[in-house]
Design a binder for this molecule. Structure first.
Ligand SMILES: CC(C)(COP(=O)(O)OP(=O)(O)OC[C@H]1O[C@@H](n2cnc3c(N)ncnc32)[C@H](O)[C@@H]1OP(=O)(O)O)[C@@H](O)C(=O)NCCC(=O)NCCS
Length: 159
């Protein structure tokens, strides 16, 4: 497994992984994938953006983005991670997220936060394994696939 910074050539498989979760799952509250322009902006911007490559295939990615736009939030980043179906539960998420958190530490980020739409045992286990603690749960904050969805917020102080 190679964990490395995302390159423009990775955006097609990354967008497919995201679009699948948007259409079929509830980890994101998007209903469809994102445009290639948005992915290109992300790779060109300040967000941390790592991919996991296995046997020449991009099988997962992890990114950070600003938590909220006001300047006092600048030391906080929101993190997210997606592993392709068929490659989950094999340790890829853990390797990717550890690498992302190490990158955030190197860049002087103070706090990582993550919102996990429920239920998601794998994501909760991953975040806990990586040292996140639960802050609280917002009830019925999203609606997808005909049901209300809670979001549990987690945080990890990095330094
Ligand atoms: C959540 C996700 C990123 C986890 O990545 P993964 O590669 O499947 O997870 P890993 O195999 O690295 O496992 C990470 C930890 O979670 C645990 N875990 C994995 N799947 C689990 C499951 N279904 N139930 C309970 N624990 C689970 C592992 O035991 C491991 O813990 P450990 O390090 O203490 O042994 C991945 O399942 C995924 O992409 N899911 C769909 C999208 C999603 O939910 N993204 C998260 C958005 S918040």
């Amino acid at each position: 497994m190679d964990i490395r910074r995302a390159l423009p050539a990775d955006l097609e498989p990354v967008s497919e992984i995201y679009a699948h979760e948007a259409r079929e799952g509830h980890a994101t509250f998007d209903h469809e994938g994102r445009s290639m322009e948005l992915w290109e902006e992300k790779i060109a911007g300040d967000d941390h953006f790592l991919v996991a490559e296995h046997d020449g295939l991009v099988v997962g990615y992890a990114t950070s983005s600003p938590f909220r736009p006001k300047p006092a939030y600048v030391h906080t980043r929101e993190t997210t991670i997606y592993v392709a179906p068929g490659h989950q539960g094999l340790g890829t998420g853990r390797q990717l997220y550890d690498a992302l958190l190490a990158l955030l530490v190197d860049d002087g980020v103070h706090l990582a936060v993550a919102g996990v739409a429920q239920p998601n045992d794998a994501s909760m286990a991953l975040h806990r394994a990586c040292g996140f603690e639960v802050v609280g749960t917002m009830r019925e904050v999203g609606r997808k696939h005909g049901r209300w969805i809670d979001v549990t917020w987690l945080q990890k102080v990095l330094g």
